[in-house]
Design a protein. Sequence first.
Length: 626
Amino acid sequence: MRKRVAVGMVVALAMVTVGLAESNSNVVVVTATRTAKGVEDIAASVDVMSREQVEQEAAVNVDELFRRVGGVDLQGSGMPGAAIKLNMRGLTPGFQSKRVLVLMDGRRINEQYQGNAEFALLPADGLERVEVLRGPASALYGSGAMGGVIQLFSLRGRDVVGEDGGDHAAMVRQASGTHDTHHLQFWQGGVMGATDYFVNGSFVETDGYLQNSDGSDRDWQAWRLGGNMGWATGEESELRAFAGIYHGRGLDNNSLRTAEKDYEQLDWMWNWDSNRDAQLVLRAWRNADEDTYEWVYPGTGVYDQETLGAEAQQSLWLGDRNLLTAGLEVREESVDIDEVTGPINESTSVVGAYLQDEIIVNEALDLSVGVRYDNTGGYGEEWSPRAGAVLHPCEKMDIYGSINIAHRAPGLSDRFVMQQFNDMLFVGNPDLAPETLTAYEVGARVRPGDRVQLSLALFRNDMDDSFDFTLDPDGVFRVRNVTESRTQGAEASFSVRLCKRATLFGNWSYTEGVYEESAGDPRIEDHQLAYLAPNKGALGLDIEGLGRTSHSLICRYVGRRYGDATNTEANRMDDYAVADWRGRYHATENLDLTLNVNNIFDTTYEEFPGVEQPGTVVMAGVEGRF
């Protein structure tokens, strides 16, 4: 560890941390800078969920993993196939999760038409770790990375073998529970000389916890199969291929939906100077989505989407103090839609180039500067600069600050939609400008001892040109750049290892968000942002190795929020607090029994206006490893 200049303890006492149960002080992160970097050297707020934590959650879908992560605002039941909204730092979207960029092994998975990531359709199996970056990152990733970036990393064959000296390993898990929900998953991985492989799959079905207006169940049934294979082409190079397919089908109040997804990805990585973290990455990928909606009202909608992407990235040291990273990305996004109101066949191209310099000024100060240029067909070009600094006043403290410019480009839906929904017509606008965001952040991380971590982050976001649908006098909803808004707040968390087997953790976030100007509806000015919960917190205890058992108990609090921009009482959702428990019994060396209980005390609450969330949900399972 490098020597740090001493600083007064007054500053340390003002800091309150990183809210995951596992110590992040020695964790390496790649999402924040696109280079492997320790958390203590990053000028941003980052959380990492390890493989062990993912497995302890025994989650069905990815959204369940974020219940314990500070600064992440999650709305939704957690039931398979159900709608999920996820935002960070008050950047709430009108529909689901448009202002958070989601990556899977470096590949963006936000869909092309609306820019949304459907977390409830992302199985949580087969993950090596999850990284959560709070705050904008358009300087590296371009459009959509406004509230933050979530990156999911797949397990590989080399991750799951070797503990017992074997060349192959496998796992099978089955769980069943409330609302006639059943979940089956498996994986197998192995190493064969210079190659390794990992294959995983899952099946889930549920009758849902709600009934439709005609008395039918709001159900969902889905299966998924995916995997990857790597080939060590040299001592410091690797070629790896990823592929997967997903099929889901379920009924809600408006339609019978069939969702089909597939992806393919090929990476080649060369650490041509492994002693200096000099790496070349070449990546090509494809995402495809086909959604069919058999509407309750007459007609069927078919939504075909496809993205083809490629990127190249090179990191290298210039001297002993400058790590330079440069990259180029190209994407072709297209949709072919056959709706009741007519067809939409549109596409757009994206070309992005970025440059970042990470500078070690001296033993106590690191700087980072970067900029990205994006040119997108249909609206033109955007520049996204960023600057950050990390000060290490002593060995156990990091103080950081950053300023970012970010943007979200209009999706193909925003520009070309023509949809009839519940007797309302929604029409796009080809002349939309991108949303833009200026963000400021300062924070600190403190490690008073090996067992304690503390941190505090303060932030402000100024957003211009937000686009949304506005109702015109002819009764048609048209999308326009109409709103300016501001969010600001604080995030604090802590983690304390009480003893060898127990860790206490907690987090709290406060976000003030208001509409400053709105050309579409002046009535909303100075009102709280729709769907924003200003206060959110969690307190939990992880216990490992208590006899043959392990446990995780977490209590979550979410403050009052409104389901509309005018903050009407009819759409107010009151605050609530719930408790969840995860338990695991190690029956034998290769067999575990699991029990998950969400909402232990059967608390009644809403996260969408007029829609009560599930009561107590219990899932019991058995897991075998071979």
